[in-house]
Design a protein around this ligand. Structure first.
Ligand SMILES: [Zn+2]
Length: 134
């Protein structure tokens, strides 16, 4: 039967190396991590990183879709017979290229941020960006 008081003694308060917030860690774990040059990261920062990764991969996935669609419009532009049709495809390419460069900026922001509230904002920006393409 483990004694709950003994369990508590096995934990220690450490500071997260990313957000600087204190959190509980198994005693000895900090020392072990330091010896192995491992980062001491809290649960929140690990979750944030996970959300950043997910958001990044959805942005990249959409970028690929946009790139394919630009390519298709370029092919159509080449074979278009009238000036009016050419203009329509040209405008579509222009618009998609703009969205593509905005998504590149978004990726950079996601990469740089360490704040949960920005991830939510970026997610909304991304949703808006996606709806612009359709
Ligand atoms: Zn943290």
């Amino acid at each position: 039967m483990p004694d709950s008081n003994t369990d508590k003694l096995l934990l220690e308060l450490v500071a997260c190396s990313r957000c600087k917030n204190p959190f509980m860690m198994q005693k000895g774990e900090k020392l072990r991590k330091q010896e192995n040059n491992e980062e001491i990261v809290c649960e929140n920062c690990i979750k944030l990183e996970e959300r950043k990764k997910q958001l990044t991969s959805s942005v990249i996935e959409s970028q690929n879709i946009i790139k394919t669609s630009i390519k298709e419009y370029e092919d159509k532009l080449e074979t278009a017979e009238t000036q009016d049709t050419k203009k329509i495809f040209y405008e579509k390419i222009k618009r998609q290229s703009e969205i593509l460069s905005r998504s590149v900026e978004l990726l950079k922001k996601i990469e740089e941020t360490n704040d949960e509230k920005y991830i939510e904002e970026y997610k909304q920006l991304f949703e808006k960006l996606k709806s612009d393409t359709s």
